[in-house]
Design a protein around this ligand. Structure first.
Ligand SMILES: Cc1cc2nc3c(=O)[nH]c(=O)nc-3n(C[C@H](O)[C@H](O)[C@H](O)COP(=O)(O)OP(=O)(O)OC[C@H]3O[C@@H](n4cnc5c(N)ncnc54)[C@H](O)[C@@H]3O)c2cc1C
Length: 338
């Protein structure tokens, strides 16, 4: 199978890489430390076309494929997972509309994202409904949790239950809600351990009046729309993990852009062989090849293998990630540079 990039894809990678080196890496540590939302970086990324990349050209987007998006996400997350998550948040909010929105909704909401550097959020998870999407309880009232861009979003793509919770996936419906909809408010902000530059909040619903104009797709189709959205978004997250892993392996080898210039010394001190460590061996050499499956290039096809790819990349990341932590912070848990 040929995994080589087209000229256009190589240009996209080069642009994202340059942007990451010049705009993200120099400030990433400070953003993460203080949990600062990367508004300026996103404004500049938006101007370069690095935001909302899968929005079709009819609505002002670049209409790029999932494979293009994956390539871009790997580069951005190499610099900062918080910035990567922020950019992914907009795409996640847009995807249900791309997949199932009416023409009017696409023009209004997707068009707004490409006209100005604004944010949107995908509000699906709840305190007791994460992996188990069918367990959600929100109807006209409810609490969404872990919502990326929650505090900055101009609109929310959300999911609510019409009917009894016992109906599980059958009763779920997708809606798009402008932020100023009566009854919609932003709740507490998560003080996360990582991806701290991204904004993650609760979004609260209090007797929200849901109308036909807010309905995305057909009534009761929400679960299907959410699953199709995840099929498209999981490869972005997996690519993010790949970018983080690439950076971690670079740090391990004493190169790259980090604060640990002499890991070889630490490795020797700990008796870790100076050549390839387990971290390097375990990291799949061609993870990008796995992610950039040609099946993802077709915008019409749901990327089902994405379900397998996100946990695969996550698991692959955990090994070099914990290995780097052990090397750079042998006493464990200090935020100060070694
Ligand atoms: C940084 C960040 C940003 C996020 N952004 C968004 C967002 O924008 N919008 C949104 O809607 N959500 C968002 N989320 C929420 C995310 O989608 C959920 O965290 C995720 O779905 C997992 O849900 P949970 O945290 O409730 O964990 P759980 O579902 O409670 O899972 C906990 C553990 O149990 C395991 N597990 C779960 N079910 C099973 C099972 N049946 N069998 C075996 N093991 C199982 C899981 O693998 C996991 O290890 C975000 C989360 C994070 C961390």
């Amino acid at each position: 199978m040929d995994f080589s990039l087209t000229d256009e894809q190589q240009r996209l990678v080069d642009t994202a890489r340059k942007f990451t080196r010049e705009r993200i890496i120099p400030v990433a540590q400070k953003l993460d430390e203080h949990g600062t939302f990367p508004s300026e970086i996103c404004n500049d990324g938006w101007a370069l076309g690095l935001m909302n990349v899968e929005i079709p050209t009819e609505y002002g987007g670049l209409g790029l494929s999932c494979t293009d998006h994956v390539l871009m996400m790997e580069e951005i997350n190499y610099g900062c997972a918080g910035v990567g998550t922020t950019l992914a948040g907009n795409n996640l909010a847009a995807m249900p509309l791309i997949l199932a929105g009416s023409e009017e909704q696409k023009k209004r909401y997707l068009g707004a994202l490409t006209e100005a550097p604004i944010f949107a959020a995908y509000a699906c998870s709840e305190p007791d409904a994460g992996s188990d999407v069918a367990g959600m309880r929100t109807n006209v009232r409810g609490q969404k949790r872990w919502i990326t861009n929650g505090g900055y979003a101009s609109w929310y793509t959300t999911f609510a239950r019409i009917g009894d919770p016992k109906d599980r996936h059958k009763g779920i419906t997708c809606f798009v809600l402008p932020r100023d909809t009566p009854g919609v408010s932003v709740g507490k902000k998560e003080d996360k351990l990582g991806q701290r530059a991204s904004n993650t909040t609760d979004v609260l619903f209090e007797d929200v009046k849901l109308t036909r104009a807010n309905l995305v797709g057909a009534e009761g189709e929400g679960f299907k729309i959410a699953m199709k959205t995840f099929d498209r978004s999981r490869p972005w997250i997996a690519a993010g993990a790949t970018g983080i892993m690439r950076r971690a392996l670079g740090q391990r080898d004493g190169g790259g852009h980090g604060r640990c210039p002499d890991l070889r010394r630490v490795r020797l001190h700990q008796g870790v062989p100076g050549g390839k460590t387990d971290a390097g061996r375990e990291a799949p050499a061609d993870l990008r090849g796995h992610l950039a499956n040609p099946a993802h290039g077709d915008r019409e096809e749901p990327a089902r293998p994405g379900r397998l790819r996100a946990p695969f990349a996550g698991a692959a990341l955990r090994h070099p990630g914990s290995h780097i932590l052990r090397l750079t912070d042998p006493v464990g848990g200090s935020r100060a540079p070694v």
